[in-house]
Design a protein around this ligand. Structure first.
Ligand code: CA
Length: 232
């Protein structure tokens, strides 16, 4: 996957800019929060695929931000950017639910490599060039490397579009995904696919294939007025 949205939480403009340029060069979309309060606001509003979190922020600490995000059910990867000589802090960061950390001063290359690894681990790689571990939810097994889905051991035939819809919902599991966000993720920004009804048609097909009772779905849940949510 490319074009994932990454939230940089960093109060120093120069540091944030450096990260932003590096990440944009790698094809990521970047949003920036300068304070902990802004970080929480943007995490809720923009649902980024990953957050890089500075420890020392003007209004709070990166630890508190991480703790608050996890408490709210934000499960996407968090990469902590710690200062040198903060061994204890590093451990704390991981205990708080961060996924990885980089010690300052870091090289841009190191950070982007960590980010790629975290995203791959969290969401798989739809290009199929990388090894992927199948994702399991109940009796459902989703294999991003093979574009295949099995339920209770039986292979389910999905179209590539259905697979992408499912994979995107799974990558945001537990969070509502708007139809617009699905269109952008699956068909791209500039596509003209016939609007949001097209999404609903694919969802209906998907449910027929993966749900025991498509009228009362267990995995792909309708979020009224918003879109859909995958329940793992
Ligand atoms: Ca700072």
């Amino acid at each position: 996957m490319t074009g994932e949205r990454i939230l940089i939480v960093e109060d120093e403009r120069a540091v944030a800019r450096g990260l932003e340029y590096g990440l944009q060069a790698d094809g990521y979309q970047v949003i920036w929060a300068r304070t902990g309060a802004e970080a929480l606001q943007l995490a809720r509003a923009e649902n980024p695929a990953l957050i890089t979190l500075d420890i020392r922020l003007p209004d709070t600490s990166g630890y508190d931000v991480c703790r608050a995000l996890r408490a709210e059910g934000f499960h996407q990867p968090v990469l902590m950017l710690t200062a040198r000589d903060e061994e204890v802090d590093k451990v704390l960061g991981l205990e708080l639910g961060a996924d990885d950390y980089v010690v300052k001063p870091y090289s841009l290359r190191e950070v982007t490599a960590r980010i790629r690894a975290l995203l791959r681990r969290a969401y798989g790689d739809l290009s199929g060039q990388e090894q992927n571990t199948p994702l399991r939810f109940g009796d459902l097994e989703i294999d991003p490397a093979r574009f295949s889905v099995r339920r209770a051991g039986e292979t389910i035939e999905l179209t590539p579009t259905e697979f992408r819809v499912l994979h995107h919902l799974v990558s945001q599991a537990g969070w509502p995904v708007t139809r617009t966000a699905l269109i952008e993720a699956v068909w791209g920004y500039d596509s003209d696919i016939g609007g949001e009804r097209t999404v609903d048609v694919h969802i209906r097909h998907l449910r027929t294939k993966i749900e025991d009772d498509p009228a009362n779905p267990r995995y792909v849940i309708t979020v009224r007025g918003v879109g859909y949510r995958f329940e793992g």
